[in-house]
Design a protein around this ligand. Sequence first.
Ligand SMILES: O=C(O)CCC(=O)C(=O)O
Ligand SMILES: [Fe+2]
Length: 292
Amino acid sequence: MQTDARALDSALEQFRAEGYTIIRNFIPADEVATLRAETKKLYETAITHHATYKHGNLTYEILPEAHFGARYVIQAYWFAWASEYFDKFRSHPANLELLEPLIGRNIKQVTQQIHWKPPGASLTGYRFHQDLRFRESKEAFEDVVRDSVTIGVAIDPATKDNGCLRIVPRSHTNGYLGLSDNGEGSIMKGLTHNDELTAVGLDPDDILDVELQPGDAVVWGLLTVHGSLPNSSANDRAFALSSYVRGETSQRGEWAFKDGVGTRLGATPQLCKNERLFDNLEPHYDETKWFL
Ligand SMILES: O=C(O)CCC(=O)C(=O)O
Ligand SMILES: [Fe+2]
C-alpha cells in the first residue's frame, strides 16, 4: 500500500464514520500486471467446467451454455486451493497494514472471491444488500459486525458502465435492514428499486459509484449497504473480494495472518461461509438452476 500514515488514518476514520473507504494503489503498480495475468489464468481454468464446480471451499460459478447461449464464469470462491499465487495474495502486506488497526495481527479470512462480469452474460448485477446476510452462523463469532472488514480490489478498471460497486455512505449505522431478503433471496436476480431503499430510510441520491483503477481497493463492513448493476459495456469487470475477521473472536475462516505473519492454507479446508462444507468435500458439479 503506497499510503502514508496520515492518509491511512483518514481512510480508517472514513471507514468508521461512513462505512466505507477507497484506497488508491492499494496493490503496488508493479504487481498489477501479474494480478491480472493470474486472474486470466483462473478464468481459463474455471471455464473448462460445463457447470458450477465445487471441491471443498473452491467453487467456480458457471452460467451454462444451455441457458445463456454461451458459457460464462461469474464467480470463483476460494481459488487459493487452485493457485499458489492467490494463496499468497490472501496475506499481501497491504492487507495487514489496513487490517491491523481494525482487527489486530491475528486474522482469519472468511471469504475469498473474484467476481467477473463478462460482456454478454446477462446476469451480472447484485441487488443492494448488507453482507451480514451471508454470515449464517452468528454464534461462531463474538461480534461479527465489529470484527469484520471486507476489501475489494479492482483487477479490471471498474466503471459505471461495467457495473462497479455502488455503496450507500453511512448506511451502516441503522442495523440490519433486510434488503433483498424477499423472494428466494438470490441477490443476482432482478434489480433493486428505489422505493426499496427509501422504505428503509435510505436516499437513492446518496448512492456512490465506486469507480476504480486496477490495484485500487474499496473497503466496507458487514452493515454497509452496497450492490452493483449488470455490465452494460464491452469490458469485463474482474473484482477480488476478501472478508477478514479478528482471529481471536472467530471460529470461522482460514488463517491469513498469525501475529502479523502471512499464513498459507493447511491440509484440509476450514468452515468459512458455507456451513454445509463437510456434507461433501469431494469434487462435484452443482447443476441447480438458481438463475431460472
Ligand atoms: O461484485 C459485486 O459487485 C458485489 C458483490 C457483493 O456485494 C457480494 O458478493 O456480497
Ligand atoms: Fe456484498
